[in-house]
Structure formats: C-alpha cells, structure tokens
Design a binder for this molecule. Structure first.
Ligand SMILES: *Cc1c(COP(=O)(O)O)cnc(C)c1O
Length: 384
C-alpha cells in the first residue's frame, strides 16, 4: 500500500480518501470494451477529478493519451515522467504558455482564432526546428456554444494550421452538451453538424490527404456508454473512469462501474439530545425525539459541500444514517439514534463503497464531478 499524505506527511488524520486501483482499472477496461474500435483518451484534468493525476496516469497506463485542461496539469505529468501523449483540452491562453506547451511536448486543442494567430506568430519567430511537430486538435462548436470554431469557419482554420511546421497531425473534435440524456435530440444534431463540417474541411484539396483518415473525437463518458455512433477514432472518458454514472437516470452499479474513491472519516464525539435541543450553527436542526448525535471529523475544509442538507446520507459503521444540522468547516453531525453499536472511533463513509457519490451529489443538489474535485489537501490519499 502506497500512502501519499498531505504535508506534513506521516501525521495521522481521521479523514482519508482510499483510491481503489482495481476499481479504476475495472472502469477503464469496461469503457474500452464499450468502444473497442476507438483509441482512448483518459481525461485526468483537475488532478484526475480529485483522485491524483500522477496516480491516474500510472494506473491507466493502457490509455492512448491523457487529457488535461491547464498547462500546469500537463507539466506536472511530464515532470513525473509521463511520456504518453498529453492533450491540453483548452489549448493555450498566451504565447508564453504556447512556448512551454511545445517545450513539454503537449498536444494542443485549438478552438479559437486567437490561438491560430498565436501559432502562426510562433512559427514566424521561433527558429527553424526549435519546435518538434505536435498533434493539434481543431475544435468545432457544434452546439455547446462554449469553445470551438463555427463549422463554417473550420476549413479556414484547418488550412492555416496545416501550413504550420509545428502542426504535425491535425485532428478534429467537438464536445456534446446533452450526451447524458438518452432522449435528447441534441446529440444527433451535433453529430450531423460535425460530419458536415468534416466533409467541408476535407473537400479542400490541401487537407484531403492529411485528414483522409480524419482523426475525429467526440465522445465523453456518456456518449461512450450510450451513443456508439459517436465513437469514431478517439473517445474521451472522464467521470465514468472514476466510477460515477455519466447517464441521467442510470446508476453506476447498473452500468457496471465501481466507485474508485471512498472518502471516510471517524466519529470523534457522541452525545444524547433531549427533544427540542438543537445541533450546530444556526440551530437549524432540532431533535424531535431523544436522539443520539455523532460528531464526525469531516467538513467543508476537507471538500464537503456546505450545501449538503440535513437528511443527506452517510454510512456509519457500515449502516445508513442521516446528516443533521449545518455542516461546518471541520465537522458534521449525524443522527445515529437508530444505530446501536456506534462508538467514538467508528468509521463514517461520506461516499464511495456502499454509498454512491452520485447519491450524495444529488442530495447536495449537484453532480459527482463537483464533489470529487472539491476534496482538499487536508485529506490523506491512500492508493490500494
Ligand atoms: C472533461 C472533458 C471530457 C470528459 O467528460 P466526462 O463527462 O467526464 O466523461 C471530455 N472531453 C472534454 C473536452 C472535456 O473537457
């Protein structure tokens, strides 16, 4: 068992994120099998959705490439010795970033005119042969309205990129807005716009050869699992790798995904309350009966969301109980009246094995992505 503790290291802490490498590899294999013809980009941005980016790259070493959102995330992986392709999925935001991205051999997404100009400028000013050719993903906006070229601007961007010495291979991508909804017409519309843009791009003679096999990538986790027509040459899986369901109305368990992170802490105090006594800041929850309340060492400074309301589920010594009162910086309070053998020191699972992170996220009015990314440095990570 390798343990990476938050600084200062080796000091015990009650709150621990256990990361199951076996579950991680299981989810990876399941997703790969769902898109067997496609190459696989494992999305490990945001510190691998809070799980540890370096550990992710090691555990998911069978991926064909890794995806990150920011330059620093890519540099961190290179510094850790990751040699696989790493795609900067928002591209670079300045010429300084561009120079570093090229130096660290990161692949680029180009989604905006300003980035094309940055690359052209770099090609003019950097000495010949300074920048080795890289993979560049041209991003199209097919309906997300966030990043990417409008389909009718794509051909111009593709032609200009193709002319640059540091653009070794040009690929085309887009991102779905509604792939988590089985019934939405949006995914089909985006796919149709993408395909007609590709036709338009490849009709340019200068691009036909370089894009003949047209390396295209569209599918996120949800599309991998429910829209095979979107798989194409590359898929990009994020959330499902971590064992959360990417599909509205389908549980992770139903999809065969296993929780990777189990966040747990300990009961640090117990008390009996009489009817009418309140718990926590704002006295927002009052006992309606004689109640036993467990105080647990986990709060928003560990990454729990303060929006988790009274009634949100936790597991105490393996059984379900409900959060009561307001969540504070370092503690939560849990009603354990109906559980008999809870002691100071009992384990409390906040999400993970036995308590799907999707269920906790729903209780907080959010999605698992946000809960997982929010886990802070104060939590000790154990890779099992
Ligand atoms: C984050 C991201 C993904 C992964 O999405 P999931 O829903 O987590 O599978 C895929 N593609 C791009 C461009 C992303 O930014």
């Amino acid at each position: 068992m390798a343990t990476r503790m938050s600084a200062p290291s080796q000091i015990p802490t009650p709150i621990v994120a256990r990361v199951s490498l076996a579950a991680w590899q299981h989810n990876f294999a399941l997703l790969k099998a769902a898109a067997p013809q496609s190459r696989f980009l494992a999305v490990i941005k945001a510190n691998a959705y809070g799980h540890g980016a370096i550990e992710a790259a090691q555990t998911l070493a069978g991926a064909d490439a890794f995806g990150v959102a920011r330059l620093g995330e890519g540099v961190e992986l290179r510094a850790a010795g990751v040699t696989k392709p790493i795609v900067l999925m928002e591209g670079v935001f300045s010429s300084t970033e561009l120079a570093l991205a090229l130096r660290y051999e990161l692949d680029l997404v180009v989604h905006d005119e300003t980035q094309v100009v940055m690359l052209e400028e770099r090609a003019r000013t950097a000495g010949a042969g300074v920048d080795a050719p890289r993979v560049v993903w041209l991003k199209l906006d097919t309906g997300m309205s966030r990043l990417g070229f409008a389909p009718d601007r794509a051909r111009n961007a593709a032609e200009r990129l193709r002319a640059l010495p540091m653009v070794g291979e040009l690929r085309v991508m887009t991102h779905f807005a509604c792939a988590d909804e089985a019934e939405s017409a949006m995914t089909g519309k985006q796919l149709a716009r993408f395909d007609s843009a590709i036709k338009e791009i490849t009709s340019a003679s200068s691009l036909r050869d370089s894009l003949a096999s047209c390396h295209a990538g569209l599918a996120n986790s949800a599309a991998i699992l429910q829209f095979p027509s979107t798989h194409r040459d590359w898929v990009r899986a994020g959330i499902a790798l971590y064992g959360s369901s990417p599909i509205v109305g389908r549980s992770a368990e139903f999809l065969g995904l296993k929780p990777v992170m189990t966040l747990s802490s300990r009961v640090i105090a117990l008390r009996e309350l009489s009817p009418g006594q309140s718990v926590g800041y704002g006295a927002s929850w009052r006992a309606s009966r004689r109640s036993r309340i467990a105080t647990v060492a986990a709060g928003y400074a560990d990454g729990l969301l303060r929006s988790l309301p009274s009634g949100a589920p936790v597991l105490v010594a393996g059984r379900r109980a409900l959060l009561v009162g307001r969540l504070s910086m370092d503690m939560i309070t849990v009603d354990v009246t109906d559980l008999h053998d809870v002691l100071v020191g009992s384990e409390v699972v906040l999400w993970g094995e036995g308590l799907p992170v999707d269920e906790v996220a729903a209780a907080a009015g959010t999605i698992a992505y946000e809960l997982l990314c929010a886990v802070t440095r104060r939590v000790a990570f154990q890779y099992l």
